[in-house]
Design a protein around this ligand. Structure first.
Ligand SMILES: Cc1ncc(COP(=O)(O)O)c(C=O)c1O
Length: 477
């Protein structure tokens, strides 16, 4: 039996609680259902299966007989056993595109582009320090809110978000990010990703040109692709997105999707002159600016520039913020600040997706914000991430020596190490050593790609950072 027929190579000790014939039967049945064993293909004889798997021939016979009884296998005297055509559209066949799905979906559904890290491994990008989260305080807040939970808490909520949370977010944004808004302009959503998707649905028609930083966050490109946008990749330099180049490339673009506080993933801050140029362009061409402020809270060197939204006098900016980095990712809560005349449309489209985010968790977060715990948590995390950033930079410089070129890392939860070799290959090698690194080249839409590895550090303990760099040294050696 070859590797290709491995479903037959049963390890009889695998599942001691089950009769062996049943294990073999189940393994083969799922291989047939998922298309691993294609309809019409010939199964090895029970004699071969028995010998190779070290089981009795009678046991293999029993499994084959059960498969035949249920119509998964056809046995022909003298010529052998064959896979019946039970499922002409097995999941594998579906993945090969043999079933019809929409063209729109085909452009986006083929890749798992927006799956985020589910395990804290070095250097999973974008995770906050879950090991330092004030869990006890959080649990007490949850418990307090749970005690107030009553019949009235079970109806549908306001699709724009829980009023108390909208108020709390508006006052937090005004004091900490300079964002100009009142609660009526805040829309609570499930994630920044949902914010990007809503903005794309609302602002973009299929075929519209949209400026996108190059490189950029994969979630941004996914949302734009789903909306049918024609993405115009615009290069970034030390001042952020090159607005002059963008105007040359596509002066009449419908929108610009940008990360001005901390470019994803290279870490530049969009300069004030470029912010003004962007606003002026948007005003002149009746275009929009989508400001993804996904981790603007965490700046370590220099003073943060206020959000573009705060200097927008023409209501051109849709501002997006998220609790993924400031609290934790599984919470799934984020917020938009939208121009007053767009609030109703944003909220209506939002109701067409899933109504509104879970009301109970909105209550908990509102309480966390109004009690002052949120701001003090952010302050503590800023100090912690600063130290973790310093540790990673020092450790990279010490271990990788002269070879190492780093992106800017004055802010945020990650940095990028530029590499000369193929970053995809390096990322695969890193993965074999237990690391989770993101190849920089994957984040480009245009052809001028650089190679590098995006390394998250904020969510890693000092030990994980040291271990990770040690492994990385071996990968890059
Ligand atoms: C640039 C950028 N935008 C948006 C997000 C998504 O945040 P959320 O978890 O709220 O969807 C991330 C997450 O890593 C990000 O890096």
């Amino acid at each position: 039996l070859s590797r290709a027929t491995s479903p037959f190579l049963l390890d009889p000790s695998r599942d001691e609680g089950q009769p062996i014939y049943l294990q073999l039967y189940r393994t083969l049945r799922s291989a047939i259902l998922d298309g691993t064993l294609a309809a019409g293909s010939r199964l090895p004889s029970t004699r071969v299966v028995a010998t190779e798997s070290g089981i009795a021939r009678k046991t293999a016979e029993e499994a084959y007989a059960a498969l035949e009884r249920e119509g998964f296998v056809v046995r022909r005297h003298g010529s052998g056993s064959f896979v019946a055509s039970v499922s002409p559209t097995s999941p594998k066949a579906r993945l090969r595109g043999e079933r019809r799905i929409s063209r729109r979906a085909r452009a986006t559904a083929g890749s798992a582009a927006c799956v985020e890290p589910q395990v804290v491994r070095p250097f999973a990008a974008g995770l906050p320090a879950l090991d330092q989260f004030p869990l006890e305080l959080w649990r007490r807040t949850v418990a307090r809110c749970a005690r107030r939970f009553d019949v009235g808490s079970m109806v549908y909520g306001d699709p724009a978000g829980l009023p108390a949370l909208r108020e709390a977010v508006a006052s937090y944004l005004a004091s900490s990010r300079g964002v100009r808004c009142d609660a009526s302009r805040v829309v609570i959503v499930s994630s920044a990703q949902q914010g990007l998707d809503l903005a794309a649905r609302l602002l973009i028609d299929p075929g519209d040109e949209v400026w996108c930083e190059d490189p950029s966050y994969y979630g941004t490109r996914a949302a734009l692709t789903a909306a049918g946008a024609s993405i115009v990749p615009v290069g970034v330099d030390e001042e952020g997105i090159d607005v002059t180049a963008a105007i040359r490339l596509a002066p009449r673009a419908r929108a610009a999707f940008v990360t001005p506080s901390n470019h994803y993933p290279l870490g530049m801050t969009l300069s004030l002159s470029r912010r003004l140029a962007l606003l002026e362009w948007a005003r002149r061409h009746d275009s929009w600016i989508v400001e993804d402020d996904y981790d603007g809270e965490f700046r370590y060197d220099g003073r943060p520039l206020a959000a573009i939204q705060s200097i927008d006098t023409d209501s051109r900016v849709i501002y997006i913020g998220t609790f993924t980095k400031t609290l934790f990712p599984s919470l799934r809560l984020a917020y938009l600040v939208v121009p007053p005349d767009l609030v109703e449309s944003f909220v209506n489209i939002r109701t067409q997706i899933d109504g509104h985010p879970n009301t109970f968790m909105q209550t908990v977060v509102a309480e966390f914000l109004t009690s002052g715990q949120f701001v003090s948590h952010i302050r503590r995390m800023r100090t912690l991430y600063h130290a973790r950033r310093d540790l990673l930079v020092d450790s990279l410089r010490r271990n990788l020596g002269g070879r190492v070129e780093l992106s800017l890392c004055d802010a945020g939860l990650r940095l990028t190490v530029f590499t000369s070799g193929s970053d995809r290959l390096l990322a695969r090698r890193a993965s074999e050593r237990g690391l989770d690194v993101l190849p920089l080249s994957r984040l480009y839409a245009g052809s001028a790609k650089r190679n590098g590895l995006v390394l998250g550090y904020a969510g890693l303990t000092p030990e994980q950072i040291t271990f990770g760099v040690e492994q990385l040294r071996k990968v890059l050696a």
